[in-house]
Design a protein around this ligand. Structure first.
Ligand code: SAH
Ligand code: SF4
Length: 342
């Protein structure tokens, strides 16, 4: 930890140690965490249950500067997209999805993404760096403060691959979940991965209990190598083994994300292949008609999507065709970073 820690990077326990070092009682940690994470008060001067001297000492001893909201866009369907400047340098995007009044925060875990899926705008933007746990969790706090309403869930589905930044991602989950910090229910937190096997195993081992989604998009190694290039390092057999292990240990259903690209992965045979691959795993399948069009990847025809779903249904799999949110402001899946020019 540097001499001047960034307030949002400190966990509840670390605040306890911080205050102990100042000769302060441990309950101060709960006070500061409540201001930051429950009340959206980021300026220590406004933390009125701390004495004046303590407030001044805090302002001197830690950096409380929140990310700047560089831009905020609102979609016709109510989805919002925020461009945040974190720690005076990197720009990241976060989205807020409104479904019948329930808000879901879509959080980024990296600046850009090194996986490079050819249909994804984030992948096309290259990779800059990993975000710290505080930089991930603070996106939630900033959006909740901005909107002035409670956000009910968080999905790690923004820019980046969470399991190429596993330690900070899991730390961010704990920060959001901790009862003395935000206290967001663990079942209201989901992580979406492109299938980075060591990260899935670490997540299973963590016993955290958040939900898991896997962006599969193909059930054949050759095709998946093209669509999700990290498949060359973590082929389907290894991915399946890690999902079985996850399921044995947690008993939880896995969400399978399958984006449908016209004439690439949307035939009846692809659907049968998917059903064969998933047999024996307890899953729920989200079918996502491709958003935008990049590198020749385009949205499947509506009939192809329905045909695909009916094959899955006949094979006994529950699925849903997921409506896209925020397409008009490039806030939909895979479009973060697409309209970043400022
Ligand atoms: N890197 C993680 C999480 C962020 S991407 C992952 O890949 O799972 C979030 C989701 O958006 C993934 O399911 C991804 O495959 C999907 N996605 C990316 N580009 C898309 C596009 N153009 N259309 C539809 N879904 C897309
Ligand atoms: Fe990265 Fe996910 Fe986009 Fe693939 S889909 S490039 S893993 S953010």
């Amino acid at each position: 930890m540097s001499a001047t820690p960034w307030a949002f990077d400190l966990s509840y326990d670390e605040w306890g140690a911080y205050f102990a070092g100042m000769g302060q009682p441990s309950y101060r940690a709960g006070q500061v965490c409540a201001w930051l994470w429950k009340r959206g008060v980021f300026d220590p001067e406004e933390m009125t249950d701390l004495g004046k001297d303590l407030r001044a000492a805090l302002a001197d001893g830690a950096d409380f500067s929140p990310p700047d909201i560089v831009r905020d866009l609102k979609s016709r369907d109510g989805t919002r997209k925020f461009l945040l400047r974190v720690r005076e340098s990197s720009l990241i995007e976060s989205a807020l999805i409104d479904q019948h009044g329930r808000l879901t925060a879509c959080l980024s875990t990296q600046v850009g993404c090194p996986v490079g899926c050819p249909f994804c705008a984030t992948g096309a933007s290259g990779f800059e760096r990993n975000l710290s746990a505080g930089e991930i969790a603070v996106q939630f706090a900033v959006m909740e403060k901005f909107i002035g309403r409670e956000i009910s869930s968080a999905v790690f589905m923004g820019m980046g691959e969470p399991f190429l930044n596993t330690e900070q991602t899991l730390r961010a989950v704990r920060m959001l979940n901790h009862g003395k910090a935000r206290g967001l229910g663990i079942r209201h937190i989901a992580i979406s991965t492109a299938g980075v096997v060591p990260g899935i195993s670490a997540f299973t081992e963590s016993g955290l209990g958040a939900r898991l989604a896997v962006s599969l998009h193909a059930a054949d190694n050759d095709l998946r190598n093209e669509l999700v290039p990290c498949n060359t390092s973590y082929p389907l057999k290894d991915l399946m083994a890690s999902l079985k292990e996850y399921q044995e240990k947690t008993g939880d259903r896995v969400t399978i994300e399958y984006a449908l690209f016209k004439k690439k992965n949307d035939s009846v045979e692809h659907a049968r292949e998917l059903a064969r691959f998933l047999r024996g795993l307890h899953v729920y399948v989200n079918l996502i008609p491709c958003n935008g069009s990049l590198n020749g990847y385009e949205r499947s025809d509506a009939e192809a999507v329905l045909r695909f779903q009916s094959v899955l249904k006949s094979a006994g799999f529950e699925s849903e065709i997921r409506a896209s949110h925020g397409g008009d402001i490039s806030a939909a899946c895979g479009q973060l970073r697409a309209g970043n020019e400022i």
